[in-house]
Ligand binder design. Structure first.
Ligand code: NAD
Length: 495
């Protein structure tokens, strides 16, 4: 059976479906290694054309001049068009990413579409601020009559945006750029990961269907060199990127000579603190559940499990028991709860870190190899290490696989100190019977979010993003559009 959207053989530039100058490249299903389609590959001239189209649509087109309500009406049609394709998008992601069906339907597809709807709602309410009247001294004549005046602060679209995204939640990451950038009135060029091109290319069909003005959203493919063009071209005003820490740093450097605004959503090595009074079974079930999401290929997953030493043996036993229930395999089977890693290179990286963990003296509690009977596909075991110290490479580096590091602690202060002893600062979690103490500890953790006792909230209303090397800027929440807007103050005299 053909995977939905894998018949798309063209790029989307200036409202046209354009044949790629770079030919077509096989895209494989990481669970089977079977080719699911041959995706178009852009050449640099086509990246150039996409930037030109976005620049022209920004400088001369109607999109940036439209009101929020007018743009909201167009994007409401995008929400409807995506909802109508929800099942097909999920089937694509299962084949492109290998992600288990439950996570795919909810986190990879339904939530991102809901977030787009919430961006539209916020945008419709985004009005100019009329600041209170102010009295200022007479700059021309010290001691002379003072001036009185007011200020209106308006928000304008930032400009032409390059959006570059990673592979793990491809549709979500793309939509998390498209939604706020377009709602704010920007125009954009989107470049997805070469592993997951179709989760971006499908938006060409959507743009046609909703009648989006040509040039407002352009979609190109390719790898590092195409991404570099999108970060260096002087016609681009801003780069928004979701991907790894190292590439994020390169992007900042690439964007520096032309002084672009840079918005970065990067990696993480988040800590879950399990206090002495926590419900051990619940905490262990959550830890294992999080770690298995998308085979550990999630930026915000708590991969360091900081467990009070008094309950650590019980936690290890419970986590190992829960891990035994994970069903690893091809996610085309709805009973599968954990799929493969994206490519052999990612599996090699995970296996390298497992070897480092063993060599450093951590105790392998479960996993550590490849699941039996799965010879095709890039599968790896669900792996837990105990007796990890926070200075080990497995505790410091983002492995991006289902590998959990259990680290003991004896006091709340020590737990917070270990949680913060990381170059990352994306997410965190605390499990405790004493919610007030947990809340106080959450205040001390230097990360963009902390989940207390399994709290999940909803990203539509809460900003998500990184401290330290986990990124710059925020996605979601009431100020999401601000990332893609300039603020302009208009001062006027009164009287
Ligand atoms: P990656 O950094 O390898 O690639 C991301 C994108 O950058 C791809 O489209 C790639 O082609 C492009 N790219 C590579 N080099 C480039 C360059 N020099 N200039 C411009 N573009 C370039 O990331 P990945 O492996 O696809 O994704 C996984 C990473 O993403 C993990 O580190 C994960 O934590 C992170 N991530 C973060 C968030 C978040 O919200 N913070 C969400 C999802 C994933």
């Amino acid at each position: 059976m053909t995977v939905p959207f894998t018949d798309i053989a063209t790029l989307y530039i200036d409202g046209q479906h354009v044949a790629p100058q770079g030919g077509h490249e096989a895209v494989i299903n990481p669970a089977t290694e079977a080719v699911i389609g041959h995706a178009p590959v852009a050449e640099s001239a086509q990246v150039d054309a996409a930037i030109a189209a976005a620049r022209s649509a920004f400088d001369h087109g109607p999109w940036p001049q439209m009101t929020m309500d007018e743009r909201g009406d167009v994007l409401d049609r995008m929400v409807a068009a995506l909802r109508a394709r929800q099942a097909d998008i999920a089937a694509l992601i299962v084949a492109e990413v290998g992600c288990a069906q439950g996570i795919t339907h909810l986190m990879q597809v339904a939530n991102p579409i809901n977030h787009l709807a919430s961006t539209i709602r916020y945008g419709r309410r985004d009005e100019a601020d009329r600041l209170p009247i102010d009295i200022t001294p007479n700059m021309m004549m010290p001691g002379g009559p003072q001036s009185i005046g007011g200020t209106t602060v308006v928000r304008e679209p930032f400009g032409v945006v390059s959006a570059i995204t990673g592979y793990n939640f491809p549709f979500l990451l793309n939509l998390a750029k498209i939604g706020p950038a377009l709602m704010a009135g920007c125009t954009m060029v989107l470049k997805p990961s070469p592993f997951t091109p179709y989760s971006a290319l499908l938006f060409g069909q959507i743009c046609d269907e909703i009648g989006l003005t040509a040039g407002v959203l352009n979609i190109v493919t390719g790898g590092t060199s195409e991404g570099q063009l999108l970060c260096t071209d002087p016609r681009v005003d801003m780069v928004t990127f979701t991907g790894s820490e190292g590439v994020g740093a390169s992007i900042m450097a690439q964007a520096a000579p032309t002084l672009k605004k840079v918005h970065l959503e990067l990696g993480g090595k988040s800590a879950m603190i399990v206090r002495h009074d926590a419900d051990v079974q619940r905490a262990a079930a959550m830890a294992v559940g999080f770690l298995s999401v998308n085979a550990g290929q999630g930026c915000a997953i708590p991969t360091r499990l900081l467990v009070h030493n008094s309950i650590r043996p019980a936690f290890v036993a419970a986590a190992t028991a829960f891990a035994a229930h994970i069903r690893i395999g091809n996610a085309s089977n709805p009973d599968v709860t954990m799929g493969p890693l994206i490519r052999e290179s990612q599996r090699a990286k995970v296996e390298h870190y497992i070897a480092l963990g063993k060599a450093a003296g951590a105790t392998l509690v479960c996993g550590g190899g490849r699941p039996a009977g799965l010879d095709q596909g890039f599968f790896t075991d669900f792996t837990l290490f105990d007796n990890v110290t926070n200075d080990m490479a497995i505790a410091q580096d983002e492995i991006f696989g289902p590998v959990g590091c259990i680290i003991g602690f004896d006091s709340d202060d020590e737990a917070v100190q270990i949680a913060n002893d990381s170059r990352y600062g994306l997410n965190g979690a605390i499990e405790t019977a004493d919610a007030a103490t947990g809340y106080a500890m959450a205040m001390r953790i230097r990360t963009g979010s902390v989940a207390l006792n399994g709290g999940t909230g909803t990203m539509s209303f809460a900003p998500i993003g990184g401290y330290k090397r986990s990124g710059i800027g925020r996605e979601y929440g009431p100020h999401w559009l601000r990332e893609y807007q300039h603020e302009k103050s208009v001062f006027y005299p009164i009287g």
